[in-house]
Design a protein around this ligand. Structure first.
Ligand code: AMP
Length: 634
């Protein structure tokens, strides 16, 4: 944990990349400075303006109220997020536009127009009603990444039920914990999911998870496979509910502050917490950023490579693109299966214009080499956006060169956020200069700062500290489900601000760099070094595809650094390679940051959302209990 909020920043300036002129010219948000200033001087007026672009059943009496640490947006207003996702498009040409284009690992494609999607959501919503599900009831969704998963979410929201999506792949124990925590009335699951050609037995896991849970009234089963095993007690067929539910189901009238969903954070640290978002503010904020950060236009195709099990999937596969009337591609399975070409093939085939992905995907593509991208026409692409982990400059440069045609057609930008923030807070906009290694600037509405442990702002450029949020925006989470104290803790760790748990620094131009989690910070001989910086340096070596570093207790220096490295194809582990990498880090960052040990490994342990689990590497290395590893990707 950072004591004084001082982190030595060792990475040298890696230059800037200007936005390609055609990308900058058409950016929806042309005047970042003006919009940001307005959102700070008059946040209520700013967000009210965005809210007025959407449909409400009843307008608000008051825009914002803050009873620290609790707050509300759009008080007295009534709405339903699904009315904005679906109904508001049905009297416009958008009705017949593709809302969702779903792809399977085996190349199957299913397209849903807005009109068709609205019908299916209504049918399933009526089906849920027939099971006695209503406003405020909790429904756990344990579904593969399919249109049925999205329909289940929207149907819950339609009738005012609170969904809690659990990533399809979590174990019996974690699914059970989440069902218990939410005291769910219904579980919606599928028979199977598919990943890397393997069948994941979702139903088997669900069966194990619900054993003896008497409060759970029904399990709805989507049976996609030819063989349809008989339904047990409490079990209901998904397709029957869909077929028997009528095509009309008016959206339930919700208070703006009524909960929309609970989502448990990825659990990279400690016990997962049920982050709670609401109908009103969440639709306003996620929509704003979809239009202004992702810059998606009416005739664009957007590809979000996340999963409905994560916040990115909630905000940017399901809710915000539908509110904006966009066309979204999403794909079940692994991004490199049946091969890494599939990424390029999807971009070419669907003429994808804007992608939302993660650095881990970029590094994966980089690992497979420079030849593949050249074999596809990627010119439809305009924006490649990344979030989830630090985007190391080397991966950024590679993707800019090979996927974005060196700026000839596309721009590559980073953005930072968390499950708790519902949408991005930091980012590089389509018309903003990007700085490899830096996320970008605070986005409109996000009042951020970097402070020390006492909450004192760190004004000095390039000096690290804790990244904090000073004021909640509409799409910020309202509480932790069933644990308001845990929510309050985030606002009391450093009194007066929200503690993000991340360490960041800011340069003289106001660009932020998110160095890593506060607990990922290493302390070597009194120098605090972000693990992400050393990893970045390692990955900038041409032989390295991915790297993770941990701190090991060291009598002399406090901590010594150990690096775990995955090499790019065509490179072999050797003592010489270890020496080369150590020399390289020494050159990049200086002697203090050189890993004293380097271990080569074919893969790194990651959470299912793609974050490297340094905690697990550290526990293995030191022979400690790894703690909660339910989020580990198998
Ligand atoms: P989650 O709530 O699971 O989405 O994880 C949020 C965490 O991911 C943040 O607190 C950061 O530690 C990390 N993160 C997200 N986006 C970025 C980014 N662009 N750069 C660096 N770290 C990021």
């Amino acid at each position: 944990m950072v004591q004084q909020g001082q982190i030595d920043h060792l990475l040298q300036e890696t230059g800037t990349v200007p936005p390609p002129p055609h990308v900058a010219r058409q950016a929806t948000l042309q005047d970042y400075e003006g919009a940001y200033a307005r959102s700070m001087e008059d946040p209520e007026g700013f967000w009210e303006g965005v809210a007025q672009e959407l449909e409400w059943f009843k307008p608000w009496d008051k825009v914002f109220q803050w009873d620290y640490p609790n707050f509300q947006w759009f008080l007295g207003a009534q709405c339903n997020i699904t009315y904005n996702c679906l109904d508001r498009h049905l009297d416009t040409p958008t009705k017949n536009k593709a809302a969702l284009i779903w792809l399977s690992e085996t190349g199957e494609e299913r397209v849903f127009t807005y009109g068709r999607l609205a019908q299916l959501v209504n049918r399933f919503a009526n089906g849920l009603k027939s099971l006695g599900v209503g406003k405020g009831d909790r429904v756990v969704i344990y579904m593969p990444l399919t249109p049925e998963g999205a329909i289940a979410m929207l149907a819950c929201a339609r009738i005012g039920a609170i969904h809690s999506v659990v990533y399809a792949g979590f174990s019996i124990g974690s699914l059970r914990d989440r069902i218990l925590d939410a005291q769910a009335k219904v579980l919606i699951t599928g028979d199977a999911g598919y990943r890397r050609g393997n069948r994941v037995d979702l139903k088997g896991i669900a069966d194990g998870a619900v054993k003896g849970l008497d409060f759970l009234e029904h399990v709805v089963v989507w049976r996609r496979e030819d063989e349809k095993p008989p339904l047990g007690d409490k079990e209901v067929d998904f397709d029957t509910l869909l077929a028997e539910g009528g095509i009309e189901c008016p959206a339930e009238v919700m208070e703006a502050e009524d909960p929309l969903y609970i989502l448990y954070t990825s659990g990279t640290t400690g016990k997962p917490k049920g982050v709670q978002h609401v109908h009103g503010g969440y639709m306003v904020g996620t929509y704003y950023h979809f239009k202004n950060f992702w810059d998606v236009k009416d005739n664009d195709v957007f590809w979000c490579m996340s999963d409905i099990g994560w916040v990115v999937g909630h905000s940017y596969i399901v809710y915000a693109p539908l509110i904006a009337g966009a066309t979204t591609v999403f794909r079940e399975g692994a991004p490199d299966f049946p091969g890494p070409h599939i990424f390029y093939e999807v971009v070419e085939k669907y003429g994808v214009n804007v992608i939302f992905t993660a650095p881990t995907l970029v590094r994966m593509l980089m690992r497979f080499g420079d030849d593949l991208p050249g074999q596809y026409n990627l010119r439809s692409l305009r924006l490649l956006t990344c979030a989830g982990e630090p985007l190391n400059p080397e991966a950024q440069k590679w993707a800019y060169q090979h996927i974005c045609g060196n700026g000839e057609w596309a721009y590559l930008v980073d953005n930072w956020w968390q499950t708790e923030t519902g949408g991005p807070c930091l980012g590089t906009l389509a018309n903003m200069m990007s700085k490899p290694g830096r996320v970008g600037k605070p986005l409109p509405g996000a009042e951020l700062d970097i402070v020390d442990r006492e909450g004192q702002p760190i004004e000095e450029p390039e000096k690290g500290g804790i990244l904090v949020i000073k004021r909640p925006f509409p799409h910020f989470f309202r509480t932790v489900w069933g644990d308001p104290d845990r929510y309050a803790e985030n606002w009391n760790t450093i009194p007066g601000v929200y503690f993000t748990g991340d360490v960041a620094l800011r340069d003289a131009d106001g660009y932020y760099m998110v160095v890593g989690r506060a607990d990922d910070v290493l302390n070597v001989a009194g120098h605090r070094i972000g693990s992400a910086e050393v990893e970045s340096a390692l990955v900038s070596h041409p032989a390295v595809a991915e790297a993770a570093v941990i701190g090991k207790p060291d009598e002399l220096r406090g901590e010594s650094i150990k690096g775990f490295v995955t090499l790019r194809m065509g490179n072999d582990p050797s003592d010489r390679m270890v020496n080369d990498l150590q020399l390289h880090v020494r050159q990049e960052l200086g002697p203090i940051a050189v890993p004293s040990e380097i271990e080569f490994t074919p893969t790194l342990p990651k959470t299912r959302s793609g974050k490297i689990m340094r905690r697990l590497l550290k526990a293995n290395e030191l022979g400690l209990d790894p703690g909660d590893i339910t989020t580990l990707e198998e």
